[in-house]
Write a protein that binds this ligand. Sequence first.
Ligand code: UD1
Length: 419
Amino acid sequence: MEKLVIKGPTPLKGEVTINGAKNAAVAILPATLLINGSCTIENLPNISDIKISCEILEKLGAKIKWNTKNSITIDTSNLSTTTAPLDLTSKFRASYYVIGAMLGRKGEIEVGMPGGCKLGARPIDQHIKGFESLGATITTEKGTIYAKAQKLTGAPIYMDVVSVGATINVMLASVLAEGTTVIDNAAKEPHIVDVANFLNTMGADIRGAGTDVIKINGVKKLNGNATYSVVPDQIEAGTFMLAAVATKGDIVIKNCITKHLESITAKIIEVGGNVEDNIDSIHVWCDKRPHKATIKTLPYPGFPTDLQPQMGVVLSLANGNSIIHESIWDSRFQYTEELNKMGAKITAQGKTAFFEGVKKLTGSPVYSSDLRAGAALVIAGISADGITEVYNLEHIDRGYENIEEKFRKLGANIKRINE
Ligand code: UD1
């Protein structure tokens, strides 16, 4: 079993470069299934979710060549099957994007129910509603989803909840449909814009991504033959911004789009941190104990749920009592029990957590329950007195490329040990 062993406290100092966005990349890879040709994708994060995505595409018949550790050329001219490998698709959430893409390309797909972080109920009713509106039939049986369509026809689709996954999946299914699809109450996250930009680069006609109405005019074919670079990861950048505050550090975060980080910047300033926006890099520093704050997670451009646990570490160390209300997921406070082992004073009740700020955290063995909880525990370990051991690294490796190397370069005493 692998663990990260961290000796703290260390104020993080220096520069860190952000990778391409996981949540964009895990959608762009299946989106290549819509292309009758090949394309090159650059700035791919080298993480386990991407490796599994590539394996799934290869099992469907795609030919993949790795140009560097962050760039692939993928040829999806000849697909050999419409059955996705059930063992692989059930390993992570974004495998559901294969449904939209394969419905568009082949009119058929059989895929396992998506896995991913256990954050509470994760229904896919809005995805199904969207596919059905376009003319597909979806059935589920014993953990397998069967999707089929004689023909997909563009339609108006109103999303009952703002969903990143459903917005992207319906966008994928409508790119090659006949006529126009309008997605109303669409999610607006930067990775939605990135997937639309990728598809448009390959020949699609998508307008309005980044607003809550997306219009997709169906085209006959995507030819590909182009190179696309994935947008920088908003959540990875936010993780290092909050690490600077929690450790009373001073970090320049390079290769990020600061516009995507405004909600995090605002909260960092509110708790007494300093932020200097340099357009494609952001400088964050903090030399005192953070102030208390109230946080409510919301769809973009609100404060992202995927940075809620990392913000939780900051508030556990704040001067005063703070509150976080998690409005997206039912079960996203599992990390608070681990922080309490380190001396934090947090009471979680349903979707709200109350933080009584403490002066310091103390090292302890802790277990990540999911990807972002894992990142939060690493930050907590770097800011804590003594030795912290972080277990369940498979969660962290799903979404962060070389996390310990990046923190080590910022001065952290952190190493990965295989017990
Ligand atoms: C994506 C992100 C995840 C992030 C989340 C919210 C990826 C791969 N994952 O997850 O990291 O935490 O956005 O920013 O991009 N819902 C329904 N019915 C549906 C779909 C969603 O009720 O059909 C609900 C969910 O239960 C949740 C809310 O809508 O309460 C938002 O979920 P959604 O935006 O779909 O999250 P994911 O795409 O799964």
